[in-house]
Design a protein around this ligand. Structure first.
Ligand code: GRF
Length: 203
């Protein structure tokens, strides 16, 4: 399968997927990495892995739609089967999301449907939750709202801070995201007009 990854920052999830591909767990190849930030460390990771990349600076466009249209053109040059949002900190327009329906994944640092949006670790602490985690989901027009694919939990302890919780969740992301990509690339999970399809063994 052909994969394009979109990032904005450190790219540790990108790295986890690169590692899983190198280890032979994923039947796929990252064709291209796109960052909306020129200084994203994830670009260094792409370079080190020999993956081509582009910087598309959203500030150079006069609207969300024009940024999205250009990004879509660049993505589609690589004819991806899967578009992976890995710490990509831009909200995507409806037309963009619809174009990749069933083909685009995101990772969110909470146990969705809890804590859509920002500051998830702070919110989990404030709520006194004893469990927190991350979710890989298909992207739909509803922000952080598409069908859930893989979740990983971490226990919350009484001495956890926002930073310690974030670090714990981040580690679990590096397991959850490659697993989700692996399941999709092996055609064991699909999301299309008919809804979600799961391989019998996953039921
Ligand atoms: C992750 O915490 C992810 O959940 C959030 O952005 C972060 C990306 O981290 N959406 P990295 O760039 O993959 O290291």
């Amino acid at each position: 399968k052909r994969i394009v990854v979109l990032i904005s920052g450190s790219g540790s999830n990108l790295q986890a997927i690169i590692n899983a591909i190198d280890a032979g767990h994923i039947n796929g190849r990252i064709e291209h990495v796109i960052s909306n930030k020129a200084d994203a460390y994830g670009l260094v990771r792409a370079e080190q892995a020999g993956i081509s990349y582009s910087v598309i600076d959203h500030k150079a466009f006069d609207s969300r739609e024009s940024f999205d249209a250009h990004t879509r053109q660049v993505i589609d040059k690589y004819a991806p089967d899967l578009v992976v949002l890995a710490g990509f900190m831009r909200i995507l327009s409806a037309a963009f999301v619809q174009h990749y329906h069933g083909k685009m994944l995101n990772i969110h640092p909470s146990l969705l449907p809890k804590y859509k949006g920002l500051h998830t670790h702070k919110r989990a602490l404030e709520a006194g939750d004893n469990e927190h985690g991350c979710t890989v989901h298909f992207v739909t027009e509803e922000l952080d709202g598409g069908p859930l694919l893989v979740q990983a939990c971490v226990p919350v302890s009484s001495d956890d801070t926002e930073a310690s919780l974030q670090a714990k969740v981040h580690q679990r992301e590096h397991v959850a995201y490659p697993l989700a990509v692996e399941l999709i690339c092996a055609d064991r999970i699909r999301f299309d007009e008919a809804g979600i399809f799961l391989d019998d063994e996953l039921l």
